[in-house]
Structure formats: C-alpha cells, structure tokens
Design a protein around this ligand. Sequence first.
Ligand code: BGC
Length: 453
Amino acid sequence: MWLCLPSETRMVQARYTFPRGFLWGTATSSHQVEGNNTNNNWWAWEQEPGRILHGHTSRLACDWWGGRWREDLDRAAETHQNAHRLSIEWSRIQPTPDRWDEDALDRYREILRGVQQRNMTPMVTLHHFTDPLWLAEMGGWENPAAPDYFSHYVTKAVEALQGYANLWITINEPGVLLSEGYLRANFPPAKKDINAAFRVAMNLLRAHVSAYHAIHQVQPTARAGLSHHVRLFHPKKRWFPLDRLAARMFAAGLNETFPHALASGDLRLVHKRARFAEAKGTQDFFGVNYYTTAEIAFNLFKPGDLFGEHSFPPGAELSDTGFLANVPEGMFETLRWARRFGLPIIVTENGVEDAGDALRRRYLLQHLHQLWRAVNFNYPIKGYFHWTLVDNFEWERGWTQRFGLWSLDVDSQARTRRPSADLYASICRENAIDSEAAARYAPEIMDSMFPEE
Ligand code: BGC
C-alpha cells in the first residue's frame, strides 16, 4: 500500500524531540544591536579609514538603545523562543573609571524585565568584544589593572541586575578576542605580537576568575560561564603527519587555550606557558559557539599562521561571502569534545550569513539534528541560541554579512521576516524537529535527515 502512494505523499512522519525545559533562543550583543555606542574602542576603530569593510560603521545598528529592543523581543517571543542571550555594554555602565551611569543600569533593568515579561529566560553576557574607551587608552587588556576594573564593573552590574537574570557569561569568545586583536590584527588594537597576546590571555583569565567569584558573591544561585568559540580544524591530508601537526596547533592555539586553562589551571599559548591554579573549576556550564569546520595544510612559508594554510572541506557548501562552510557533523564533534569538561553544555551561538535564506534553513535543520543526536547520547545539553535575531553589525565585516532570522534595512530600520524565522518558530514551539516542517522548509535534505529505511 505504502509503495503505491504518489511520491510527494510518500513521506516519513517523524520528529526529533528535545528534553523538556530545553532553552531555545537567539543571541545578540550590545555593540552589534544597540547603536550609538560611541564610548567604546570599536566605535573609535570604525571611524578609522580602512578598518571595516567598505568603510561601514555600526551607526544606529538595530536601534535597540532607541527602543527597538521591544519590537525585536516581541518577534522572538511570538516565534516561541523561551530564552534570549544579550550583552550589556561596559562603556555605558562605567563611562569613566570613577563614574557609574545609573540611567544605563535602569535601561538594562527595563530590557531584562522585558525579556522576562515575554516569558523568556535571560542570559547576560558581561563582555562581548568591546572595551570602554578609557580602558583602551590605558592599554586595554595588556594593562595588569584590567582584571580588577572588570571585576568591579561585574560586581556593580550583577548587583543592579541580579533580580532579572541568573545565567551569566563573563567573557564572550576570549580565544577570538585574543587571536583577532593580538595575533591576526582584525580587531583593535590590531597587534601581531605573541608576547602581548600571552599577557592578554593571562589578564582575560584573571578577569574571568574574579568575575566568576564576584557573581557568586552577589548572587549565590547564579550560574556563570564563558562562551568558547570552536572552529574545528581537520588535517587536509589525514595521512600526512605535518598536516596533522598543523591542525593540532590551530586547535590548541585557537580553541583550547581557555577551556584547557579552566580545566587544568595551566595556561598555554603556542610555546608559552604559565600556571594559574585559581582558574580551575570556575565555570558552572560550558558555553560553546560552533559555526564551521576547516581544513589545515602544513605550509612552511606561513610561520605567522602557525605554519598552516586554512581552507574549507572540498565540496562543502559555502555561505554568501564564503565566510563559513556548512559542516553540520562538526556540531556533533564539537559537543563530544565539550562533554569532556564534565559540565552542562549550552550552545550559546550557531548560525550562518545568508541574505537569501536558502542555505540557512538546511543549515539550521542539519545542525539541530546533530545537536539532537548528541542529546540522545546523553550529553548534558541544556539549550541552543541561534545567531541571530535580526541582521546586525558584523565587526570588521560591517554590514556585508546577514545572520538574522529577520533581515534589516539599516537606513529605514525596517525588518523583514525570513522563512527560517518560521522554521525556527516551529522547532521552538514543538520542542522538536518535525518532518513536516523540514519537508516544507528544506525538502532537499529530507532523504538524508528522515531516511525512509
Ligand atoms: C561572535 C559574534 C559574531 C558572530 C558571527 C561570533 O564569533 O560572538 O559577535 O557576530 O560570530 O560573525
């Protein structure tokens, strides 16, 4: 009987269900959505010619500071998201070293109350790439006083906001901050200096550890962690020992420096080492941001790039500007790696730049399918935050990359819902990936995602 049905109705009916209470949300960051963040190092950086692609600047961003957070959080809640990750801006809360801005704290209270009123669990990031201008002028994270400044700010912020959140990320992607700011020179202060990078790594670690304790001091029930960026690195030729060595160096240097230091108390960066035992055990959960997987080939002529040549796996589908490859199996591999740290895991970012929203639908389904597999291996995964809600300012790539479930016209501030927003809504509502939703939004992957036999 089954075999006699016309082909379009011959579809497997199935669902991949997630555990009860799973967090489903999107992630945003202050500088990328608020607009007019004029008092931080990124704003200053954007004004320098040649720093940002096409001379773009963050300008009004998504105008959250002007009040559009309300309509965007409505969008998130109406599409059944039950959590939202946002960041607060240090340079607004502490505009000069000796002054707190109570109005800014009021505003963040209002926004977080808005998250709660929409029945979403807030997760708050305390540092997402931007530093107050005054800190940058004092040498930024190279200054040995930076961790103390950071922990004062964290104490103040958590005291003010503790009634509205108890999930905290101290620092977003310290590994990216380090590599882009001090080794590859894409972020301010654009250095290529391993000694500076090592000092910064130590100060970021110290800052995290004292922030972790400050959070718990103020709010004993809080859960605090970091968001670790993981880009998987595979050897281009798996049989070739030098490719394997180069890939290992990339993983150790770019992905593992901080997770390893927090697990062992040993900070290692390329050939540099230091002991910092107090770092051990200062995460209540393991936040992980997975976007893509790359291949590394050994190249003797690239000592500045850890002797590695970076490419994407042949045949992998690339995003709009070639920034990411769609490698969903990497999600599973990342979660398997994250599990070794013995903590609850939260996927704090995952997404793809895709203005046309064709790739994003498959990318989302395929990555969530891999996440579901990991859940079914009993990996302790508690939630998933998609990057991002509405197109936002993408750092040195300006407005050229569109990661939103909603598109944004930066001049008019008009938002347009992409089909992926509806797909994600159905997943959040059902707490499951349903074959019908998959067939509607990405029929081309049905055979691999819901095989008939
Ligand atoms: C960062 C985000 C960024 C995203 C996409 C992540 O590494 O945390 O701020 O927008 O990647 O580029």
